[in-house]
Design a protein around this ligand. Sequence first.
Ligand SMILES: [Zn+2]
Length: 411
Amino acid sequence: MLEKYQESLVNRFIRYTAVSSQSNSAVSTLPSSEGQMRLAELLKSELEQMGLQKIKLTDQAILTAVLPGNVPDAPKVGYITHLDTFDGGFSPDIKAQVMRFTGDDLLLNKEQNIVLSVKDNPEIMQYKNQDIIVSDGTSVLGADDKAAVATVMEALQYLITEQPPHGDVIVAFVPDEEIGLLGAKAMDMSDFPADYAYTLDCCELGEVVYENVNSGRCIIDIEGVVAHPMSNKGDRVNPINVGIDIINKIDFNDNPGTRQGAFTIREFEGKTRTAQIKISIADFDKDKFEERKKFVEKCIHEVQSKYPTAKISYNIENFYLNMLDGIPGGESHPSVQLILKGMEKLNIPIKRVAMRGGTDGSCISHRGIPTPNYFTGAHNFHSNFEFLPVTSFVKALELTVQIIKDSAIKQ
Ligand SMILES: [Zn+2]
């Protein structure tokens, strides 16, 4: 259906990936990197050329705009995608390339001999004799989330060119998703007046996400009591010992890939005077998530009473919550039904995924707009072997257009 948009979609993606926009967790400004603002400015000028309305770019690099609908009273459909790419210690500069995959390993980088091997990535075989977009092996590809940015921009172009019946489409491009959904958290919701919205922020063809793990973090700071070993020996409190006692009370039994919750120890560092522990707390169930947070507090209090002269302080914060608690009815919510029905129409196999991660939709759903997530088509997010099969990418565009069109039809 959308073959004639394929070339433009791919070119768009390569154009956006060429603007380096890695986020930087060491910086506390929003956006955390200047490249994100440059990408937002590029998108703003393209939205202006397309004739969108209410275009607004804030100094935090939050870009919003509206494509007015031609069907009165149709629901307003939102799309929110993120401008930043994941750091992960890779180069911030992305050199995307389209390669034909013949079934042999893909040589991403001749000089550095970086190879995307079939043995390590057997799932690539399903794309034999197709075009695949890859990086040069020194960076992520940035399909997370620029495949989504390109898909949304191309869908707008389609709607403007082909003029199918549709309601208002409201788009948002936000910074710093990768370092804590910061753009989505900062967005002025009055600039995003959608009835429901979508992110395209996950993986292979067919993946649908309407639930994700609740995720938070506890940072524990411990100050011990220092004394010379020759005097006051009994008064000494070693903060590392205190930290070990706290850690030993918690079962760090991570269960990636399951729907169970988990505690994960991220960092433990200490010297004779101070120590710090960082613990991730995750659970799909809201109540169990709260219980886990309380359990960590209880462990800290118990250890504090064992070492009354140590100063232990802690801070627990939520990173993101389960979007399901912000999508009333879950799978039966119209926003999710539109994805599933659209995929049926387009013969896309449906893969429901309970995500062990968060999207901007995890935040936006809790800010009042149900926002499930579906595929871009890419594999290996956050890796230098991230790859995007062109056929899957086009399907993401087809599904996006289908959802927007179906939204305007009375269900
Ligand atoms: Zn992402």
